[in-house]
Design a protein around this ligand. Sequence first.
Ligand SMILES: [Zn+2]
Length: 309
Amino acid sequence: MERVLSVKAFGALAALALCGCNVASASQAVAKIEDAQHSDAMVRFGKVCEDWDDWDKPTEPFKIHGNTWYVGTCGIAALLIRGPEGAVLIDTGTAKGSEAIAANIEKIGVRLSDVKAILGSHEHFDHVGGLARMQALTGAPVVVGAGAVEVIRTGKDDPRDPQAGLHDPMAPVTGPLTAAADGEVLTIAGLEITAVATPGHTIGAMSWQWESCDTSGCRMIVYADSLSPVSADAYRFTDHPDYVAMFRKGIARLRPLECGMLLTPHPSASDMLARARTGTMEGGISCADYADSKTKALDARLAKEAASK
Ligand SMILES: [Zn+2]
């Protein structure tokens, strides 16, 4: 992984070398300065962007932790995981937002041709509407949940989606496209990323888990997909007991995961902006808390439907 040292960091390294300090403490000093610069960029994200902000509003990229970078817009997350043999992108935003995301990838010194795969969360245009464009820019294969493949290939809503009919069609992905199975470990760019099927918000919804390490230690990062029971006006979850059973299974799959740091496709769904303002993404809600809040939301939705029969 290439590392670009700033002039300031070089200065610190030179000063330490002159004072006769050892190389280990010098490189630690550089790492600390780099960490401080990264946390400044993270704080700016928390201040410049607003909760539930515009999906296409560009913002600068920043390091979240270790090998994991935020390259998304103010309103929609996109993550770049950097490995020894390239990088993996998760989510692309909308078709328009994908241009800002591509620019952010280049801003952190990664060539678009170094992106070895593009993973998707769920098959809605705000998160994966830019897949076709990003595939054209990077040449990378797309990997999504099995239940999302048809939507990604055609660009059209799945009629079983509770939100079917609400979305404009997406540009279809015509290049390499594969489905990840629940629990499958993808080995790409020298990284290992685990697919965790969390259906409910959509049928093909996929969460992703990987380990990130930096000077403060290692964290298991979980990019937990949306699990909110949102639908078109006429849709009733109570009319679809099999769908509800699948939804509960998706929430239950997420709940016990090792989850040192939780990130979400909508940054505000896990208070990422508030966390950013503290200069670290540490200390957010757990996967268990996230899962429990989604069970509550689903139960409330079902109770509301039952009451309005
Ligand atoms: Zn969605």
